[in-house]
Design a protein around this ligand. Structure first.
Ligand code: FRU
Length: 483
């Protein structure tokens, strides 16, 4: 490492990592930072038989700091190995942080694009929305995710539309035919969120080819866009391909948004051509739980579309994470296979997780178990007209009653199991099945074959599960992902 700033950051982050002790809420099968702060998934890809996941990483404080890319690898997406830090903010184009981005793999090469964040500081009064900020699109390649070539600036503020603010970021790249495409999230000067679509013949020269937004204003900024197409596997496929435009909008208020998270992540099914004329169907949440943001997807070599979210929520003032006192904060969700059936987009934990199930138990109507630190619970053939309740750690209730599906913590106290979290709910027409995947300090709930998910961190003192679901078939396993 010849750059002295990168070299010193590398030395320092090793020191803090050596002293790390994740404490009693350490996860067993979720990607976590070795110490400090983690946010968005970045550069998700498969290279040979190895999955690579990078993450927004601030090793020096559990409350965040300058962003670099941490790096993990896995052969099964369940057991992750930390490989060190890949990209440091060590150049004029990214000195304010190596922000989020993606990896596009071709012929064994990872083509990585990210936002080099720069916040200028001099005696000018910058607002960092319309002035003072550089959103540099930086391109760098690697064949192993560890060693990277030189950073190349491929777009800067002047290359984005003049009616956008300086909030343009999070490039996600794919290829269609002979052309490469990139989406970036943006905030317009009139405070509307939009997606910019760029095209390129060679990954270096990029041109704007489309701007996509909703018919009516939907928040002031759309972060972390992603675009992909799914083959509809349903019996009456209304369309061959379901086109998914995923975004993380900020600034939604009023109506149901007021009872949800401060920021959202979801998708629009896109009709038409992402690079030309298109329209967006209504926004659907990826996840209605407390902790889910900035997801990114990639296509595995076997054709599966895999989505990983950050199990966290920025700027949320009403709840926290008790791991901060152990020097770390946040983790990724379990990777989810995304599919489409009869026009509906579904998410389901990657099938690899099932091979880590042990100690299977089955019951009808009800089940109780203790010591459930890492578990997988499936409740099937639910009678939609009956009430259902799943209690976790005596403190978190998952409830179905009168078309309302709810996650509710018994206490709102900041020191309690929910650390300030209280309730998240959505109304559903019916309830057919529920799957809950629990790790030491997280739960992820998948409803109706994955039509909707709810993710949350939780901090139990004792672990137990109790299900009451009249007439339903219940299966419960431990998950053992230790080597
Ligand atoms: C989303 C986000 C991205 C940005 C990154 C910085 O959580 O704000 O838009 O690139 O985090 O860490």
């Amino acid at each position: 490492m010849s750059n002295p700033l990168a070299s010193d950051l590398n030395t320092l982050r090793k020191v803090v990592e050596q002293n790390a002790n994740p404490g009693r809420f350490a996860q067993t099968f979720h990607l976590v930072p070795p110490t400090g702060w983690l946010n968005d998934p970045n550069g998700l890809c498969q290279l040979g038989d190895t999955y690579h996941a990078f993450f927004q990483y601030s090793p020096f404080s559990a409350e965040g700091g300058v962003k670099m890319w941490g790096h993990c690898t896995s052969h099964d997406m369940v057991r992750w190995t930390y490989e060190g830090t890949a990209l440091y903010p060590d150049q004029p184009v990214d000195v304010g942080g190596v922000y989020s981005g993606s990896a596009y793999v071709e012929d064994g090469v990872m083509h990585v694009f990210y936002t080099g964040n720069v916040k200028r500081e001099d005696d000018t009064n910058y607002d960092y929305v319309n002035t003072g900020r550089e959103a540099n699109t930086v391109y760098v390649t690697s064949t192993d995710g560890v060693n990277f070539g030189p950073k190349k600036l491929v777009m800067a503020n002047a290359d984005y539309p003049g009616d956008d603010t300086e909030h343009v970021r999070d490039p996600k790249v794919w290829r269609d035919g002979d052309t490469y495409y990139m989406v970036q999230g943006a905030r317009k000067k009139d405070d509307t969120g939009e997606v910019l679509v760029f095209s390129s013949p060679d990954l270096v020269h990029w041109e704007l080819c489309n701007r996509i937004t909703s018919n009516t204003r939907f928040g002031y900024m759309w972060e972390c866009p992603d675009y992909f197409e799914l083959t509809d596997t349903g019996d009456f496929a209304p369309r061959d391909a379901v086109k998914v435009l995923s975004v993380s909008p900020q600034g939604l208020h009023g109506g149901d948004w007021d009872r949800r998270n401060v920021y959202q992540s979801g998708y629009f099914v896109l009709l038409g051509d992402v690079t030309g004329t298109c329209a967006l169907l209504p926004f659907a949440l990826w996840d209605a739980g407390f902790d889910f943001y900035a997801p990114q997807s990639f296509m595995a070599d076997d054709g599966r579309r895999i989505l990983i979210g950050w199990m966290g929520m920025p700027d949320e003032k009403t709840y926290t994470n008790l791991t901060v006192r152990d020097g770390w904060q946040h983790c990724f969700t379990v990777p989810r296979e995304v599919t489409a059936r009869n026009g509906r987009v579904l998410q389901w934990p990657i099938r690899e997780l099932e091979s880590f199930r042990t100690n299977g138990r089955k019951a009808t109507d009800a089940i109780e178990a203790s010591d459930t630190r890492a578990f997988d619970l499936l409740v099937e053939q639910v009678r939609s007209d009956e009430e259902l309740s799943i209690s976790l750690a005596d403190q978190l209730q998952i409830l179905w009653s009168d078309r309302k599906f709810e996650l509710r913590f018994a206490s709102e106290d900041m020191e309690s199991v929910g650390a300030g979290r209280r309730s998240r709910f959505e109304y559903l027409d019916e309830l057919r099945n529920v799957r809950v995947v629990g790790d030491v300090s997280s739960i992820e709930v998948f409803v109706n074959d994955g039509e909707l998910a709810f993710s949350s961190r939780y901090y139990p003192n004792e672990y137990n599960v109790a299900v009451e679901a009249p007439g339903a078939q219940i299966s419960l396993w431990d998950i053992d992902a230790t080597e």
